[in-house]
Design a protein around this ligand. Sequence first.
Ligand code: NI
Length: 177
Amino acid sequence: MAVRPVLRMGDPRLLQVSAPVSAFGTPELRALVQDMQDTMAAMNGAGIAAPQIGVQLQVVIFGVGANPRYPDADQVPYTVLCNPAITPLDAQEEEGWEGCLSVPGMRGIVPRHANVRYTGCDLDGNPIDRTVSGFHARVVQHECDHLWGILYPMRIRDMSRFGFTEELFPGQNIPDD
Ligand code: NI
């Protein structure tokens, strides 16, 4: 159990495609997920992907209770998702603010599919198959993008709506990463 350093944008490891998990329920996989959980909690994140702590495996975790970073957001159940696949259910997109532990202190408006189905499995290999929308869909798309080497600024279409959190939301005391 440990809080691990989070790689920041510019580190080439964040641009790599991660390998699928092939062995489930192992002590190594449990230790990885525990470190991801500890790191996400320490940084008050909504999610984290294994490559953000330097492990090139297709593992993401996410979950949002009452999170001050997303005060208006829907709650998202805590989930460990390995080997994910995401399928958009229609052509509808939504724009929303995103931040990332690998891009500390910044926020941007990112278009995402509004309604998606995602599949994969948990750390014991049990299948996960969910149809979600809104913030839950946004979070899973953001986290899984890390597994394909994509950071949210690469998805921004209007760069005039990308900037430092303190400047975008003055006086709102939003944590800076
Ligand atoms: Ni991120």
